[in-house]
Design a protein around this ligand. Structure first.
Ligand code: TNX
Length: 516
């Protein structure tokens, strides 16, 4: 009797013993869902029994630069060696090129015995690596070894962008940002598959890029005190700029340079008074008004200046776009504006670049081969519709949804308010394909969120206004419309918070989001 009771107890305990034994040999399931990625992935098939665990014996297999980037991202927190090899191996994360995944798409397969990342080219591999990093726990962001299990949820992701252009802009003219600050920003934005960084390099307050043929532009326009309110100042040398172009390219980001003209040129005219119609240097302006300056459209020297600037910028810019501004030209008569664009838009093409400008350039018939950056708040825009019908393409930056320099609400510090307060739900709550009636979806190249810098100086200021809103714009640009879902977005964003905390990013803790 006693014996059989003992036997029964033993039998009852058996499954428990077995369960404990199997838990020790296979990892606890990943707490992270395959679908938790920002921006949302196009397709995901979870396979919960098939999680992969990174261990001290894991190797990274791949011959290109992205394999090195992955290893560098995972080594600090795991403390593992994660050697890189070229030959197939067990317990490996394998990166491999294979046609059929599009310019930037990738396929990620995660199984107990290994991870495989496939892409047509380097850009797709880079994007897949960003996804992989988010599938690991937030502690992976730490820069010292963390004692924990590194489990990646099993399954397959097939991902690709909705739009080819997903951008953001930094304004170096109103407040200069140093190359170091720009590199840090590039690191942060590249995590969300942003692939263009537009640099606003000149404005009334300052001129921030060296042009050899017109050296006083930066000697005077980049001097100390040329930021808004007499702050800061500074400029990029050509080496700085080329270095940034390379740094960005390594992170799948194309630099888009902008010289704003024919308005927003006060700094240039102080340096070279011959660029005004009366030849008299204007007084220095570091206030925040716009629309008071204009190049002298009837003078030939204006076009020598513009051509030199375009040529030198094009020479150091491998990307396809050259942005010529064209906004808020209240001091340029309409006819003069059209005459200016008729000469200047073809000059951009002469130097091998696609002309890109604020949507006002759409008033010019010469803009048919250009890209218009729509920044308006109005939704009916006949001039833009006409330019698009003639062939122009559009990048969507509606100020009331994408302007990262607008305040979040009445209480948060920094930012302007002319386009309204923009909380995360406002940044997320629109569709680039349907915002402007009469613009066919095929004419829209993508989205961009500009960050004007009248009210910001430091890296912290940049981060606070950019994050988390920029992630909403990144998702509108990357993820298929069928994935658009505020409830899902805010959950995924809330779960991302600890990564920014680990990474030292001073993001806005929006009350709309439940931050974990
Ligand atoms: C409008 S948007 C501007 C900029 C200002 C910005 C401030 C656009 C094309 N021009 O000159 O910096 O508002 O939000």
């Amino acid at each position: 009797m006693r014996l059989s009771r003992l036997a029964a107890a033993l039998v009852a305990a058996l499954p428990l013993v077995t369960a404990t034994a199997s838990a020790a040999s296979s990892p606890a399931p990943s707490p992270i869902a395959l679908t938790s990625v920002l921006p949302a992935v196009a397709e995901a098939q979870p396979d919960p029994g098939n999680d992969f665990r990174i261990t001290a014996g894991t190797v990274i297999v791949g011959s290109g630069e992205v394999a090195g980037q992955l290893a560098a991202a995972l080594r600090p927190a795991t403390g593992f060696a994660l050697p890189i090899g070229a030959m197939p191996a067990a317990n490996a994360i394998t990166l491999r090129l294979e046609p059929g995944h599009g310019d930037e798409g990738y396929r990620l397969t995660i199984r107990r015995d290994g991870v495989e990342l496939l892409a047509t080219g380097r850009a797709g591999l880079f994007n897949g690596v960003q996804t992989l990093r988010q599938l690991l726990p937030p502690a992976i962001e730490a820069d010292t070894p963390q004692r924990r299990k590194w489990i990646i949820p099993g399954g397959t992701i097939d991902d690709r962008p909705r739009y080819a252009y997903r951008g953001t802009m930094l304004d170096l003219a109103r407040h200069f940002h140093t190359p170091d600050e720009i590199r840090t920003h590039i690191d942060r934005i590249s995590r969300f598959k942003i692939n263009h960084l537009h640099l606003h390099l000149s404005d009334d307050q300052g001129w921030r890029i060296r042009i050899d043929a017109w050296p006083r532009l930066t000697e005077i326009g980049g001097a100390p005190g040329t930021g808004v309110g007499g702050d800061g100042g500074g400029f990029l040398t050509k080496d700085d700029y080329r270095g940034l172009v390379r740094y960005a390219a390594d992170r799948n980001i194309t630099i888009v340079p902008e010289i704003d003209m024919p308005g927003h040129v006060n700094a240039a005219q102080i340096a070279y008074p011959e660029l005004t119609c009366d030849g008299v240097a204007p007084r220095q302006r570091t206030d925040m008004r716009v629309g008071y300056s204009t190049l002298c459209v009837r003078d030939e020297i204006t076009y020598r200046f513009v051509e030199d600037v375009i040529r030198e910028l094009a020479e150091m810019t491998p990307g396809p776009y050259l942005h010529i501004g064209g906004d808020e030209t209240f001091a340029t008569p309409h006819g003069s504006y059209l005459a200016f664009q008729r000469r200047v838009l073809p000059l951009v093409e002469k130097y091998g670049k696609i002309p890109y400008g604020w949507h006002e350039i759409g008033q010019s018939p010469a803009s048919a081969t250009s890209v218009l950056q729509f920044w308006g708040r109005e939704r009916n825009h006949p001039a833009v519709a006409t330019a698009v019908a003639a062939g122009a393409k559009v990048i969507m930056s509606p100020a009331d949804h994408t302007y990262l320099d607008m305040e979040y609400d009445l209480l948060t510090p920094g930012g302007l308010d002319w386009a309204g307060a923009i909380e995360v739900s406002t940044a997320y709550g629109w569709d680039p394909a349907t915002l402007l009636p009469g613009i066919p979806a095929t004419s829209i190249l993508g989205v961009e969120a500009p960050l004007w810098s009248e009210t910001l100086r430091t890296e912290d200021d940049i981060e606070f206004l950019a994050f988390p809103r920029l992630v909403a714009i990144a998702e509108l640009g990357w993820s298929p419309r069928v994935t658009h879902d505020w409830a899902s977005f805010r959950t995924r964003l809330g779960a991302y918070g600890p990564r920014w905390v680990r990474d030292g990013v001073r993001f806005h803790r929006s009350p709309e989001i439940r931050w974990s």
